[in-house]
Design a protein around this ligand. Structure first.
Ligand code: B12
Ligand code: SF4
Length: 425
């Protein structure tokens, strides 16, 4: 990802210092959408895999093994004595058949990842999205399309993770809620396979959850879904228009627009004992203290866990062009493009001020979810509650707890901690 660019380039340098002859390929969102950043004379990078990686990377390895030319490998850019060459793009994969095999979990170098003490893993059931939100990289990355894996494969993938001890799964689909009939059938397949004692987390749009929640939400609950990351984005219509995210948050009745879908979606999820991770984006070009506060207040009232980000100008998104045209991008250090560092100003507020407002409110919202976590994972909380609080309130001190130090001072310390974290390599 873009915020990992600097680290990635440093890792390449480290690899070359250890093994000068190593050949380096990069891939993923940032190399695909900002290839120039990886093409510098001294970057040490020889190959860029653009878009989906599995088949392109496999073909690259086979070509290296058999010393064949690289010019027919779709989706690849490569460097030789004549400079960089950009092959034709690779069409997106249909996900049919078994060309993309199941992940080989044995091959991982690192393990030990948990979510609230439960071993966690990721599974994908589909790729792509047909919407075009202005802040999202997906369309530039792969166009507007939606492809799905067969349920047999998905269930085999979940079972593989389960058999290795996984009890918490993050479904990483770009937008699983594009086909609700399929999503309902997937829930049923998980139940039928007896894989519903896993705590699932998924991302979804509010509109389909609001419109199909009556049948979908009980099935999700039965299948083990626990956290639903809702792309609410913003509660104000003007901001939704700027983010190009109105349609996906629209409630429709008999084919007509009937208001915002968010509260209905939240209601369905809550009635079925699921938790809402509220995805909101504050700090859009015309935002003021008041419009940001309106969103923060909404999060306080309705969401269980806030996931509040600032609009971030990732390479190639429509939103980036808007911010550039209005001259509002204030920071060009890509390592800070992590969504929770404010990079852009509004017409009324500087980035630091926006970030301060979000940070100040969000810490307290997070603590309110503690009772639900204690009820579900008491042992984990017993041994880790102080670490959870210390992380949430990073930058605080005894003096600040006693009220002898201002929130501004704590915020400065929090920013300094994050800055230091970025320079770990
Ligand atoms: C699931 C998801 C998450 C989950 C991740 C769960 C997990 N632990 O894996 C959560 C919610 C935690 C998350 C967090 C974040 N995310 Co996110 N996330 C996604 C999402 C929806 C799908 C990513 C995914 O796994 N796809 C499935 C895999 C198979 O596809 P893939 O990653 O694209 O990889 C393929 C190719 O890119 C390529 N490839 C990738 N890496 C490599 C490497 C090599 C060497 C090669 C050859 C090929 C290759 O091959 C892969 C297979 O085809 C995307 C896209 C979207 N629609 O929003 C955003 C997305 C990737 N996230 C994004 C961002 C910014 C973030 C956050 C910074 C947001 C935040 N402030 O919290 C954090 C960063 C977290 C971190 N520290 O890594 C951005 C990245 C934008 C950019 N240009 O950098 C995206 C694109 C969304 C967006 N805004 O447009 N995310
Ligand atoms: S609905 Fe989600 S995946 Fe689709 S464009 Fe919008 S943010 Fe991206």
């Amino acid at each position: 990802m873009t915020f990992q660019r600097k680290t990635a380039l440093r890792i390449v340098r480290l690899l070359h210092s250890l093994r000068p002859k190593i050949r380096v390929a990069v891939g993923g969102y940032d190399p695909s959408l900002a290839a120039q950043a990886y093409m510098g004379e001294d970057s040490g990078i020889e190959f860029i895999v653009r878009g989906e990686g599995e088949v392109t990377f496999r073909e690259l390895l086979r070509a290296i093994e058999s010393e064949r030319a690289f010019n027919s490998i779709a989706g690849l850019s490569y460097r030789d004595a004549g400079g960089w060459h950009e092959n034709l793009p690779r069409p997106v994969h249909s996900l049919d058949g078994d060309e993309i095999r199941l992940p080989k979990r044995d091959a991982r170098v690192l393990g030990g990842y948990t979510m609230l003490g439960r071993q966690v893993d990721v599974v994908e059931t589909s790729r792509g999205c047909t919407f075009d939100c202005g802040f999202c990289s997906i369309i530039e990355m792969r166009g507007r399309n939606f492809h799905t894996y067969a349920f047999d494969r998905v269930i085999a993938d979940i079972r593989d993770a389960y058999d290795r001890g996984t009890r918490s799964i993050f479904i990483v689909d770009d937008n699983i809620s594009l086909n609700i009939k399929r999503f309902e059938a997937l829930c049923q397949a998980i139940i039928d396979a007896g894989l519903n004692d896993v705590a699932y987390t998924v991302q979804a749009m509010t509109s389909p959850i609001a419109m199909h929640g009556e049948t979908l939400a009980p099935l999700m609950r039965k299948a083990g879904f626990r956290y639903v990351f809702l792309g609410i984005e913003n509660i104000l219509q003007d901001d939704l228009v700027f983010l190009k995210a109105s349609a996906k948050n629209e409630f429709r009745e008999a084919g007509h627009k009937a208001g915002n879908a968010t509260l209905r979606a939240i209601d369905h999820l809550h009635k079925n004992k699921m938790y809402v991770v509220g995805g909101l984006i504050v700090g859009n070009p015309d935002d003021t203290h008041e419009s940001i506060e309106a969103n923060l207040e909404f999060a306080r009232r309705y969401v269980d866990w806030p996931y509040i980000q600032h609009p971030t100008p990732y390479p190639g998104t429509p939103m980036t062009k808007d911010f550039m045209a209005r001259n509002l991008i204030k920071i060009d250090r890509m390592e800070e493009y992590d969504g929770t560092t404010a990079i852009v100003a509004t017409e009324h507020l500087e980035p630091r001020e926006i970030e301060y407002q979000r940070w100040r409110a969000e810490r307290w919202m997070k603590t309110r979810h503690m009772p639900a976590v204690i009820a579900h994972d008491p042992r984990f909380v017993l041994f880790n509650w102080w670490k959870m609080l210390a992380h949430t309130f990073r930058g605080s001190s005894i003096r600040s707890v006693l009220g002898l130090e201002s929130d501004r001072k704590v915020f400065e310390r929090y920013c300094a901690i994050r800055s230091a974290e970025r320079a770990y390599l």
